[in-house]
Design a protein around this ligand. Structure first.
Ligand code: SF4
Ligand code: SF4
Length: 174
């Protein structure tokens, strides 16, 4: 029998009931059709399934699938294309964020996770802008990108306790 995790179910249904209306996923598959990750990687990544399993609270089954292939959850780039196209206006990206947080709490993060966290902590972004790109921007007359308040990013990350998660992950893989 599949067990339902009521905390996860409640967190996801709370998101679906945000504001003054109840949105419920009708499993139309539009999110899957428009998702660039799903288009590139086929059956390895499916936002419709993530919404369905999380709304049912099937955390154990979901994390077992993510354990077999972390890409099934961590493939999401949070581009929000699915949110824009969902006919039921389900906050799909936020739901996936809830799932990623739950995966972190359970220690089910992929190998690249600590390195990505450190890059964000030290640069304020996941992919730091290279000097060559800045030179090209100047040549094109579009100026430099706005400065990132790295100290603020560090303070936010420290407040979330993410450093402990990174350390635990590193110690676990040592
Ligand atoms: S597009 Fe919206 S309603 Fe359709 S399957 Fe995805 S989440 Fe559900
Ligand atoms: S936010 Fe995630 S699930 Fe939605 S379209 Fe982008 S990659 Fe796909």
């Amino acid at each position: 029998m599949v067990k339902a995790d009521l905390n996860l179910k409640r967190a996801v249904l709370d998101l679906m009931m945000g504001g003054d209306k109840l949105s419920y996923c009708m499993q139309c598959g539009v999110c899957n059709d428009v998702c660039p990750i799903s288009q590139q990687h086929g059956s390895r990544y499916n936002p419709r399934d993530l919404v369905l399993f999380s709304a049912l609270g099937y955390k154990e089954a979901l994390f077992a699938a993510v354990g077999r292939d972390p890409f099934a959850l961590w493939g999401c780039t949070a581009c929000e294309t699915c949110d824009e196209m969902c006919p039921a206006e389900i906050p799909i990206t936020e739901i996936i964020c809830v799932l990623k947080n739950a995966a972190c709490a359970a220690g089910a993060t992929p190998e690249f996770y600590p390195q990505s966290c450190r890059t964000i902590r030290d640069n304020g972004m996941a992919i730091p802008v290279q000097p060559a790109i800045n030179k090209r921007r100047e040549k094109l007359g579009i100026g430099l990108p706005p400065a990132i308040p790295v100290d603020e990013v560090k303070a936010i990350m420290a407040a979330t306790g993410i450093e402990n998660t990174i350390k635990e992950k590193e110690e676990g893989s040592a």
